[in-house]
Design a protein around this ligand. Structure first.
Ligand SMILES: Nc1nc2c(ncn2[C@@H]2O[C@H](COP(=O)(O)OP(=O)(O)OP(=O)(O)O)[C@@H](O)[C@H]2O)c(=O)[nH]1
Ligand SMILES: [Mg+2]
Length: 305
């Protein structure tokens, strides 16, 4: 065979093979190539130690108090359970969460959740406590009253107080604490919302706005958690480590940030323990990341008061 013919055959074989694509055939990937926020997935032990070693910056404050608020069914009670699981290293259920999501709040009382540290005679509590609260509902006279949350911020709501959506707490009520201690007051206000719901109702947003304004006046740091990230995005459901690569979740966080006015760097996505029966390192990593930041924000506030 002559050399010219061999060259021609080679040329033919190495020609790229193009398939014409219609525009609708080009599907954009739901995930980014690189995560937009770094999370060190393998460092759970380091973050857990950080939480275990934490002590509030002031001696007269035994407990850093975190108050969770947000729409009904967002996962407030479930987050308390998730934190408890991470701290105890096993499944626990300190806060009753609802089995289903409805438009009526499952949690009705003001309850402080403490987490046991150590065993036997060395048993104590972690110096971080969470207050679970009734959910915010759409419309007036439904769900927790925004004024009750404002009283809770100042420490005026007594343990076990049953919220009354129609009548907010008054000074004559037995549930009113006229003389709160420094650690009855709230040190971090955390808004919990689900990534798996459409836009929040305007009446709920209004209530959240007025609560945030009071917290700002009091100088209380605020952050938010976005739950249900597994249900809201298939890529995250498949692998939680895609959380900061998911375009959908990033957009959800941005929309939420502009709707409620909480900056992106104060919003943390989490997946709560909901149907699992065993512990999971990736769930723990997200819970610990949020928890560590809560402690830092709250402690900055404690230092200032
Ligand atoms: N898949 C999934 N389910 C969740 C998550 N967080 C909470 N849930 C489920 O959502 C439902 C509502 O959760 P709760 O923790 O009761 O919500 P809540 O904010 O305390 O609700 P109220 O007390 O009614 O205001 C429960 O069935 C939980 O199991 C999550 O991140 N992922
Ligand atoms: Mg609840």
């Amino acid at each position: 065979m002559d050399l010219r013919r061999i060259a021609l055959i080679r040329h033919h074989v190495s020609r790229p093979f193009f398939v014409p694509l219609n525009e609708e055939d080009v599907v954009e990937s739901p995930v980014l190539d690189e995560p937009w926020r770094e999370l060190r997935w393998g460092e759970n032990q380091m973050n857990l130690k950080y939480v275990q070693k934490y002590k509030p910056a002031q001696d007269d404050i035994m407990y850093l108090r975190v108050l969770l608020y947000g729409p009904v069914g967002a996962g407030k009670s479930s987050f308390i359970n998730s934190v408890s699981n991470v701290l105890r290293g096993r499944m626990t259920i300190p806060a009753l969460a609802s089995a289903t999501t409805s438009d009526k709040s499952f949690t009705k009382k003001y309850e402080t959740h403490k987490f046991i540290k150590g065993r036997g005679s060395s048993k104590t509590f972690y110096p971080v406590v969470f207050n679970d609260i009734m959910g915010l509902e759409d419309g007036t006279n439904r769900g927790v009253h925004a004024d009750d949350i404002k009283l809770a911020l100042r420490g005026h709501v007594r343990e076990g107080h049953k919220f009354n959506p129609v009548a907010p707490l008054t000074q004559d009520d037995p549930g009113y604490n006229p003389t709160p201690f420094a650690d009855d007051k709230v040190h971090v206000l955390v808004c919990v919302m689900s990534a798996n719901t459409p836009q929040m109702k305007s009446s709920v947003l209004e209530k959240m706005k007025s609560i945030r304004e009071t917290a700002s006046d009091l100088g209380i740091p605020q952050m938010a958690m976005m739950t249900h990230i597994d249900e809201a995005c298939g890529e995250t459901e498949r692998d939680l480590r895609n959380v900061y690569k998911s375009k959908h979740l990033r957009k959800k966080m941005k929309d939420f940030s502009s709707a409620v006015g909480i900056p992106m760097n104060c919003i943390f996505p989490v997946k709560n323990y909901s149907e699992e029966i065993d512990m999971n390192d990736d769930i723990d990593a997200l819970v610990l990341s949020a928890l560590r930041n809560m402690i830092n924000f709250g402690d900055d506030f404690i230092e200032r008061i």
